[in-house]
Design a protein around this ligand. Structure first.
Ligand code: AMP
Ligand code: MN
Ligand code: MN
Length: 346
C-alpha cells in the first residue's frame, strides 16, 4: 500500500513530527473549503451574488446559501445586478429579498455560478474579501478563496459541499433552492455530467424537504405568455449549416419588443437548435440593448463549445458556453463563428 505523501517528513527529518504538523496545517490552509468556512464565520456582513442574467442555478445556489447564512445569525444580503430579474423564477424561496444594489456594509462577497468577476456586473471595493463558488471550466479564479469544481453539474453541488464540510444546518428553503439549481443545470437530470454523485445529492435534498414534482413543475410550467409569443418568431429564423450539423437561431430587439419578452425568457431557446437529429452544435445570437451580440452555444457530445467561446473572449462548459461581441455585424459574426465551429467539427 503506498504511504501517504507526508510520511517521509514524519520519519526522516529531525524534528519531523513538528514538520508533519506544519504540513497538515498548511494543507488545511490551502483547502478552499476550510478557508471559506473561516472567512464566512469571521465576516460581519455577507453579500451573496451570482452572474448577470441569472438562471436557476445562479439564483437557486445564491438563495440556498443566503438561507443557510441567515441561520448562522449572519447579517446577509442577496444581490443581483440584472434588472428586471426573471419573474418566472420568483417561486424560489426568498426571491423577493433580492436587492438590486449592493449593501455597502458588506465585508465579504460570495459569488456563485460565475466564471469571472465581470460576470457579476459590479466593481468590488478594495478590502472586501471574495469567495468564488463555481463549476465553470473557464473560471478565472478571481477571488481570495476559489471553490471551483468543473466536474460538478451545478454550482449548488459546490455550495452544498462547503455547507456540509462546515457542518452548517440546511433548512427546507435552502434545499428547495439547491434542488431547483441542480434540476435546471442538469437539464432535468439529462446532461452529460449526471452520475451517481448527482443523484445522491438530489436524494439528500429531497430528504431535507425539497419537493421534486413541485420544483419541476415550477421550472417548466410557470412561463409567461410573452415567452411563448416569442418562440415562433425565433424558430422562423432557424437555419442549417455544414450539412445540417450546425443550426443557428436569431433574436432581435424588435422580436423582444413585439412579444413583450424580457432577456431572461430567451434563456433555453438555443436548445431548440441543438434538438434537431442531425445537429451537433446549436447557436443563438441575441441582439443586446447596446447593439452588442450575445452568442449562446450548445453541443451534443463531440464539440467543446467552451473552447470556441473562449476564443471569442467568453467561456462556459464543454456543452454549453457563451460570449458577447461588440462592434461586429451579425452576418460577419456568423461567418467567423461558423469557421471556428467547422474547425472543431473536424
Ligand atoms: P448561455 O448561453 O448564456 O446560456 O451560457 C451558457 C454557459 O456559458 C453558462 O454556463 C454561462 O455562464 C456561460 N457563459 C455565457 N456567456 C459567457 C461569457 N460572456 N463569459 C463567460 N461565460 C459565459
Ligand atoms: Mn448559470
Ligand atoms: Mn451553473
Amino acid at each position: 500500500m503506498p504511504l501517504p505523501k507526508c510520511w517521509p517528513l514524519f520519519t526522516k527529518a529531525k524534528g519531523g513530527f513538528d514538520l508533519f504538523l506544519d504540513k497538515i496545517a498548511s494543507m488545511r490552509k490551502n483547502d478552499p473549503y476550510s478557508e471559506a468556512k473561516k472567512l464566512i464565520e469571521s465576516s460581519r456582513h455577507i453579500t451573496v451574488t451570482g452572474h448577470l442574467n441569472p438562471d436557476a442555478d445562479a439564483l437557486g445556489t445564491a438563495l440556498g446559501l443566503w438561507h443557510i447564512f441567515k441561520r448562522l445569525s449572519k447579517r446577509t444580503d442577496l444581490f443581483f445586478a440584472s434588472h428586471p430579474l426573471p419573474q418566472h423564477l420568483g417561486f424560489l424561496p426568498g426571491f423577493k429579498n433580492i436587492r438590486q444594489s449592493i449593501n455597502p456594509q458588506s465585508d465579504l462577497i460570495v459569488t456563485v455560478d460565475s466564471g469571472s468577476l465581470d460576470r457579476i456586473g459590479i466593481e468590488i471595493e478594495d478590502g472586501v474579501k471574495i469567495i468564488n463558488i463555481d463549476h465553470h471550466r473557464s473560471n478565472t479564479r478571481f477571488a481570495d478563496v476559489n471553490i471551483v469544481e468543473p466536474e460538478f453539474a451545478s454550482a449548488s453541488e459546490a455550495a452544498f459541499k462547503l455547507v456540509e464540510s462546515a457542518g452548517w444546518d440546511v433548512s427546507k428553503e435552502a434545499a428547495v433552492n439547491f434542488y431547483a439549481a441542480l434540476l435546471s443545470d442538469t437539464g432535468f437530470f439529462g446532461y452529460e455530467g449526471v452520475n451517481e454523485r448527482v443523484f445522491d445529492f438530489a436524494k439528500r435534498l429531497l430528504k431535507l424537504g425539497a419537493d421534486a414534482e413541485w420544483t419541476a413543475r415550477m421550472l417548466r410550467e410557470n412561463q409567461p405568455l410573452s415567452k411563448l409569443r416569442l418562440l415562433p418568431k425565433v424558430l422562423q429564423t432557424l437555419r442549417l449549416y455544414l450539412d445540417g450539423r450546425v443550426a443557428g437561431l436569431d433574436i432581435t430587439l424588435r422580436m423582444l419588443e413585439e412579444s413583450g419578452a424580457s432577456v431572461s425568457e430567451t434563456d433555453d431557446i438555443v436548445n431548440y437548435a441543438r434538438s434537431l437529429a442531425t445537429v451537433e452544435v446549436g447557436f443563438l445570437i441575441r441582439e443586446e440593448a447596446d447593439g452588442g451580440l450575445k452568442v449562446s452555444l450548445r453541443s451534443k457530445n463531440r464539440v467543446d463549445v467552451c473552447k470556441i467561446a473562449l476564443s471569442f473572449g467568453g467561456g462556459g462548459h464543454i456543452r454549453a458556453a457563451g460570449f458577447t461581441v461588440n462592434g461586429l455585424e451579425r452576418e460577419l459574426l456568423k461567418e467567423k463563428l461558423l469557421k471556428r465551429i467547422e474547425e472543431e467539427l473536424q
